[in-house]
Design a protein around this ligand. Sequence first.
Ligand code: 2AM
Ligand code: CA
Length: 267
Amino acid sequence: MDKVERNKLYEEAKSWVVEAGELIRASLDKKLQIDTKSDANDLVTEMDRESEKFFVDKIKLNHPSHKIISEEGFGDDLSTLEGTVWILDPIDGTMNFVHQKRNFAISLAIYQDGVGEIGLIYSVMEDVLYHVKRGEGAFRNKTQLSPLKDHVAIEESILLVNSSLCCENKRLNHTKIQELVKTVRGTRSYGSGALEFAGVADGTLDAYISMRLSPWDFAAGAILIEEVGGVITQIDGSPLDFFGENTSFSGNPFLKDEIINNYIELK
Ligand code: 2AM
Ligand code: CA
């Protein structure tokens, strides 16, 4: 993808993200219909669907040849990342959206033949936009993010662990995780994968472990993290799978082997 085309897509994507953010903020005054998906805690509202539809209509109208991977079913059913693929989570952190009315984000990425070119994570209520064009720096609003520190002592690190540390056939060894939690300086859990990845990219989190993420949760975050020299893989170190559910480790590369080798054990 050449730079002129990429800049154009970036400006367009950014304006749609800001517009969708306005629609979502306006919806907070309304009574929303709330449904569940894979389980009782996997929530979806009419606003998740409306926000997704807003993006899908814009993308299809302006770029009929582009493809879309998205959470709520208005995108395409893809089995490859060939061509230009938009990867969208219209509201990441729906439980926060419903219960807290804050701490949720829109996550939008554009991949070209499998390479992440543009990533946008918009923290809707804070009005903070994380954005990246691969190779041109990662930003939090107008401030460029620094490269991640080249050394972090595990005892001085902040670890984010997702509250669901188990999922069906994949369970972490909780004793090992307890040891890890005791070893690090502090733990956090935000409830929005996209904002958690943004936290890794801006250095407020040193490592993040999650057991159940889909491509729309990590597609933009992965570009941000890699831009500042961070790593993002599955928790056994294998590459992320854009066509299934993923475990994930992301963070400072210095901590990756230390955490994966000493504290991650799947039962
Ligand atoms: P979502 O809000 O878009 O569903 C919450 O811990 C984080 O995990 C959110 O980013 C949430 O995304 C994501 N997540 C992925 N799969 C989930 C599931 N089955 N149930 C709840 N949250 C899920
Ligand atoms: Ca979502």
